[in-house]
Design a protein around this ligand. Structure first.
Ligand code: ADP
Ligand code: ZN
Length: 291
């Protein structure tokens, strides 16, 4: 089978065609400008493609509740032009096939359980640390929704004792995203993360916050795998420091093999690498076909 996949991001839309094994056969990307311009390019890319279903994983917040009148909308985003945009409605005007729709990170969590680092498991959390921080979760094989969908990027963290950065989340200032997303690193140190590779203190502080997020997720969702992706996590030295901090923070309270002996396999980069988002959208499409 062939699936259309859209990873709708705040800076670019990645579109592709994938199959039921999560293999990406074709991919293109378009800058995120206005809904008219960007969606025009997206529709043009897919219009002659053979597809059994489409999956859309998008930046949010979104309305993922199928019984809601605004299902399939991007809702209260700070990107004004995209606010209350009916992305699924727009696509349905052009493609009469089943659609799957969710946040980019819930989709990535689903893709990782299908084909990636959490393959064979029925739960995982996927957190991206990039321009923002976002997280999604699959529990018992289903993406987590509730009142809305998880917004793990904005959990509250305690401050590193040597960190006097005020934080830059427009809503909460010093939440996780405000302290640990790519732009927070850049603002705190006056340089981009990629230029700070050799400065240990940068990653010690970064890992201190990300470990708190992981610990909170372990306590609240008890996922069988925690996958950390996004641009900042290209700094692979973060992983061992995060794992060490997680163990320290848990302080022996959670006695599982995953934590005690196999933590190297528990907190991991995406198995799907930088395709996690697009494969997630393929997984959404596959799910929309009931397979
Ligand atoms: P987005 O979140 O916009 O989808 P990314 O996941 O690539 O995109 O995140 C971009 C952020 O990650 C930027 O703040 C950038 O500085 C940071 N970043 C990207 N690559 C690296 C890297 N190799 N090391 C550290 N930070 C990086
Ligand atoms: Zn916040």
């Amino acid at each position: 089978m062939l699936f259309g996949a859209i990873e709708a991001g705040g800076t670019k839309f990645v579109c592709g065609i994938g199959n039921e094994n999560g293999e990406i056969l074709e991919r293109v990307s378009f800058p995120t400008t206005t809904p008219e311009e960007t969606m025009g390019q997206v529709i043009n890319f897919f219009k002659d493609k053979q597809m059994d279903a489409m999956g859309v994983g998008t930046f949010g917040p979104v309305d993922p509740n199928e019984s809601s009148p605004t299902y399939g909308y991007i809702t209260s985003t700070p990107k004004i032009k995209w606010r209350n945009f009916d992305i699924i409605g727009e696509l349905k005007k052009h493609f009469n096939i089943p659609f799957g729709f969710d946040t980019d990170v819930n989709a990535a969590a689903l893709g990782e359980t299908e084909w990636g680092a959490a393959k064979g498991l029925d739960s995982c959390v996927y957190m991206t640390v990039g321009t923002g921080i976002g997280g999604g979760a699959v529990i018992r094989g289903e993406m987590v929704h509730g009142m809305l969908h998880p917004e793990m990027g904005h959990i509250l963290v305690k401050r590193h004792p040597e960190d006097d950065f005020a934080g830059n989340c427009p809503y909460h200032q010093d939440c996780l995203e405000g302290m640990a997303a790519g732009p927070a690193i850049e603002k705190r140190w006056g340089k981009k993360g990629i230029e700070l590779q050799e400065v240990d203190k940068v990653w010690e502080i970064e890992a201190y916050y990300l470990a708190q997020a992981a610990v909170n997720l372990i306590y609240t969702l008890s996922p069988k795998k925690i996958v950390l992706g996004g641009g900042v996590m290209h700094q692979k030295q973060l992983f061992p420091i995060i794992r060490e901090n997680v163990k320290e923070l848990l302080n022996g309270y959670v006695q599982t093999n995953e934590i005690l002996s196999d933590i190297d396999q528990y907190i991991v980069p995406p198995g799907l690498g930088d395709n996690a988002g697009l494969c997630g959208a393929v997984a959404l499409a596959k799910k929309a076909c009931g397979i």
